[in-house]
Design a protein around this ligand. Sequence first.
Ligand SMILES: *Cc1c(COP(=O)(O)O)cnc(C)c1O
Length: 487
Amino acid sequence: MKYYDKLIFDLSRDGRQGYSLPSYRWESSSKDIPSGLSRQKAPALPQVSELDVVRHYTNLSQMNFGVDSGFYPLGSCTMKYNPKINEEIASHPGFSGLHPMQPACTVQGALRVYKELSEALSAITGMARFTLNPFAGAHGELTGLMVIRQYHMSRGDIARTRIIVPDSAHGTNPASAAVCGLEIVQVKSKENGLVDVEDLKPLLDETIAGIMMTNPNTLGLFEKDIKEIASLVHECGGLLYYDGANMNPLLGVVRPGDMGFDVMHLNLHKTFSTPHGGGGPGAGPVGVAAHLASCLPVPRVSEDEDGTLYLDGCDDACGMISGFMGNFGVLLRAYAYILMLGRQNVRMAGPLSVLGANYIKESLKDCFELPIPGICKHEFVFDGLRDKSTDVTTLDVAKRLLDYGFHAPTIYFPLLFHQAIMIEPTETESKETLDGFIDIMKKIAAEALEDPQSLKTAPHTTPVRRLDETTAARQPVLRYKDMSDIS
Ligand SMILES: *Cc1c(COP(=O)(O)O)cnc(C)c1O
């Protein structure tokens, strides 16, 4: 253990301090605090110098892995590089100092950003109108499903309480549908990983509210029957929901609105570059076709004839799904990112992300099992090592990658393959980085045969080795504890 791996509490010495504040000039007001609420003892904070604090946080940051420290090919998560200018713009005091209760006439600039970002997303996706209020992808799914339900209800079509979800869907899809009070009907995938249209047909009747689709789906495959699926679902009176969390490969190439989708969400924190490790922050804007615009949640941003922006509501709305106007800092990052790329370069993101994924897939398919061959979109899935004569698993490969300075891909998802390794390089990586990753993956495949034990015991070089992942997720230790307390 290195000296500075010590927790900062262990370095604490009475009376040492890392700050100096001007002496307090006012009479103590502690008598105004009810005695039951006032603190009896000083808080047990570490007493350390400024230098100790700097080293503490710098060392903590180095114990983690981020896009800024290395390649992070986590499938379905789009860990692309987040340009630092986005951070600067999001933290500009003119934005970060706003209060959500300010009258609209004092926040015209912020409302203008909201409106212009909505319009840019409409242009990119082909949807008529957007709300930017939802806080995450799953929150956007719930909002979009509420819009669908509101649409059917407002037409007196009250029997539509069932929603079709493919077996390859992201887990949030059925979860959001359940929260929305819809009954979930599963449609199967074919051998080639695409939705089985023949399995879909008998499911369609007057109880179907719609279908949720991800395209490209979680296997990174484009659902090429989408036009037929759209007309079948529309014929039976249902609506099409598009899970656009992974819109990256389609940027500038295809628009969900043109494929026949009625409602969709985007994950700004994936496709439009907000750092999103550890569960947040995010934004899941929802776009709808023109006939559903009145069902979007409130508040909304509208514009007077003289160009003044104001917030308004409407009777058909599906309600209010968040306090105020969403995660504004994330909206600012997306707005800055889109403006910085411009129309021409937004068009490059999709094809480049697809090129990178196919390059890795083709380079590694001799060492790793490729269950569905052919061209993928922005990501693809291997089913473990090609040579399965050893007991080396996908988990071992993932752990070994950490030793070589790469974050592991997504593993054991999607559930369609037992040893799934889901790789998404994104468009922001250079060919040299992709080549480096390919070399290491080949090296690991060779190690699996020559020295399987080194994989079984990996990682060897990280600050913590193999964790009990269930306990780490369910009972995380997030506060300092005297080590003798931890059994
Ligand atoms: C990430 C993801 C989601 C969920 O988004 P969150 O912001 O994590 O709620 C939904 N669908 C797909 C396909 C995703 O990749």
